[in-house]
Structure formats: structure tokens, C-alpha cells
Design a protein around this ligand. Sequence first.
Ligand SMILES: Cc1ncc(COP(=O)(O)O)c(C=O)c1O
Length: 490
Amino acid sequence: MTPDEFRKTGHELIELIAAYRESVSAMPVRSKAQVGDVLGHLTEQPPQAPDSPADLIADINKFVIPNLTHWQHPSFHAYFPANAELSGVLGDLLSSGLGQLGLNWQSSPPLTEFEQRTCDWLRQMLGLSELWHGVVQDTASTATLVALLCARERSADFAQMRDGFRESAELVVYSSVQGHSSIVKAALLAGFGQHALRSCAVNDDFSIDIQALRLSLEQDVAAGKKPCAIVACTGTTATTAMDDIAAVAKLCKEFDCWCHVDGAMAGSAMILPEMRHLWEGIEQVDSIVFNPHKWLGVVFDCSVYFIRDKEHLVRVMSTNPSYLQTAADGEAPNYRDWGIPLGRRFRAMKLWWMIRCEGVERLQDRLRRDLENARWLEQQIEDTPHWRVIAPVALQTLCVVHEPPGVGSSQLDDYTQRWCEAINNSGQAMLTPAKVIDPVLVGSERDPNIWMVRVSIGSLSTEREHVERLWQVMQDYSNSASNANDPKHP
Ligand SMILES: Cc1ncc(COP(=O)(O)O)c(C=O)c1O
């Protein structure tokens, strides 16, 4: 494609994206595609002769947009907000268009220096002290793997440079049963082994039970094992539970463990000074991961790993072959030594665009709007008979059950999934059904492991009117699902 063809098609594509954003609210939120629908439109063989960009755009309109699940829809309440501010989209386009690749400082000085600066902007936005250093990774999963590699090498006194794992006592990693699956995956990939992973019990608010954690640490020490890392969560995936970071950090000091905080989702909230009490003690931990590609609004993928001891990170990650050495080494960071990949994208460009175009205050206003909308919905649910929020609403996620008198306790799980699926099928909103241990049911005759519906609020365009409509839809669809349970309503 020549620059001139690029210019022409590029204008059309920008127009397509803008029109999509303007019209997305009228589309059904969840894709109605069946498996293979999209594949069937894609030719089995690669085209031998060039296709015209106009044909490609026609295909996007014909079978891509109609088959999307619309994450940018104002009634998208599934999973978590994966906001893609258009300002950051422009930054992403630019980073691709400039065709940069970071191998070392010299391979792209702006790539390195934008990353230095924007990570430090984020540090300030989160209220972290100057002792922290940030680096952009693709995802939280990668950042947590890097954290556990750092932990492993600290505990094993850099055994990777000698005989590796074989040298040390069994190293153990701790998190809570509510910890994200990426923690388990990272621990397995880092070689700890399934038997060296501890999933600690949680309190009624789904935060890690510090006494259970201590007991687990003590038992491992007594058995001759070596506690290596504790991964605490600021905002777990299912319920946005907040582990007591100060207490976990204290245990880490006592047992000489690495303390990593998974703030992938909830880290965004820390741009609000009034929310920082939720991770009190954060200055005492070793590393943090936070995903600007979630609620904050930087288009996927953009995850930031903050570490205090950057020299340790570089020691674990660096290789330094002669062909990558330059005169600038030592003067500027070589981010290839701060993570796993050698070649790095210019992700900081989209961060820079998003933060500059939106400004911190506008981002703060948006997050406060979402928190207020979540509190409003929580209040409606609490005020309405037979509805219940089963976990504290720390931020913008609500875990909801509806228990109408006509539905017996043995039918409730089916019923919950049915009304959630009915809403998702209707296209009017999208919610996530999920299983949790309901603290109210622990010790009762009912199985406490129940299905609930997770409502995540915080898409860019979600205003109060959308949340009001969602609440109406939830009541309408649950009513019709509960009537379906009644033999008089076949
Ligand atoms: C708390 C938490 N940690 C980690 C992750 C994994 O994020 P990523 O997709 O960036 O690896 C998620 C994603 O949902 C999450 O909610």
C-alpha cells in the first residue's frame, strides 16, 4: 500500500470507527454469532492477487461489526470495563504507523523516553512515592509472571545463574481462593509446581483471611519449606474484594517473602485520592500490576508493572548480548531487561495520547461518575424485596442475586442463570453469571457455592440513564423467568 492509498483508506477507516462509536448504543450488546459464522466469510486460501481496500471495508461492515460483542456499548456490564478512549486509539494508530520497535534506547529513543515519562505520570496519578519505577507490559498475566520470577530469584539467591531450582528448599507461593487464575498460571510457568501453591481462605467480604495465611506460612516453615511470594489483590475479579495490603506486607517482611499486588482492575481507582485507603500499606510491597487497559481507558493492551528494586528486576531479566550493546547503556533504561520480550511496542504512545487529551481531572470525574452509579444501583437493590447484593460494593462491581418466593432454593441456581442469559440474549445489556461462596449461606443447610450475577459498571459512555434502564431490565427479565418457574405460567 502506498502512502497515498493509506491516506485515502485511512480517512475512511477513521470515519468507520467514529460512526461505529456513534451508533454502537443501538446494537445488541452481545454478539449473536454462532461458532464458525465469521470463519465462513474468510476465504480458505490467501488471496494471490491484491484485494482493494474498499472490499476490505465492505467486509468489515458485512461480517465483522455485526458479529462483535460490543465492549464499548453503554450497556456493557460484563467482565470489566475495557475502555478504549478514542484519544488512545489515535496514539495506538500512530505507534503502528511509525513502525517502531524497542530493542534498546538507540533503536527508538522516543519509545524509551515516552515510557519513562508516562509510567512516572501514572505513578504520580496513583499517589505512589518516588521510590517506584514503572514499565509497560502487555498484560497483568505477564507482569505477575515477572513478579514471581523476581520473587523466585530473590529467595533462591539467583540460582538461575547456577543449578536453578534444584538447589533450593521447596519455594511456596500464596494467594487467596479469590485470586485471579493468572496468579496460578504465573506460578506454574515460573516452575513452582502445583504442590507449592497455596490458595488461602477468605473472610466474609472475600478478602484474604490473614490468620489463615499466617497459619499456612507457619505450617510450611515447620515442614522445611520456604515461603517465597504472597500475591495480594486490590480488587479481585469476581467480587472486587480488597485484601488487607498492610497486613500482607507485614507477613511478607516477617517471612522474608516477595509481596506482589494484583491491582489489575482496581488500580485505576487509585487516581482518586479518596479511594487510596483501599490499598493502605502499598508503599511496603515489592511490586504492583495495574491495567490502564481496563477501567482507566487506554485501549488494550497496556499493563503497567511497578517495582521498587529495579536493579533486582534487571538482574533477573537481562541477557545483554554484544549485538544489542550501545554507548547509551547505563544512561537510559533498556526496557528489554525489565520484562520478557526483547522487541517492544511503542505502547507508551497511546498512554501519552490518552492522558494528554483527557487530562487527569476528566478521568477522575468519569471514575467518580461510575462509582456513584454503582452506589445508586446498590441502593435500589437493597430497597427492593427479594434482591440482594452478596459482596461489598467496593468500587463499580455488584454481585447480585434475586430470590423470589416462588423459586425454591434448589431451583435458584438455574433461575439465576436463566434470567441472566435472557438479558444477554435480548441484547439489551450484557452481564456475567459467576459462582461464589455466599457468606450468608455458610453453615446453613443450603450449599453456599451459588450462582450470582455480576454487574460491572464503568464503560466510557455508561450514564445514569443506562444504569436505570439496566435495573428495569433486570427486574423485567427476572420476573418473567420466575413466572416460567410457576406451573401456572408454562
Ligand atoms: C484482578 C485481575 N488480575 C489479573 C487479570 C488478568 O489480566 P490480563 O488480561 O491483563 O492478563 C484480570 C483480568 O480480568 C483481573 O481482573
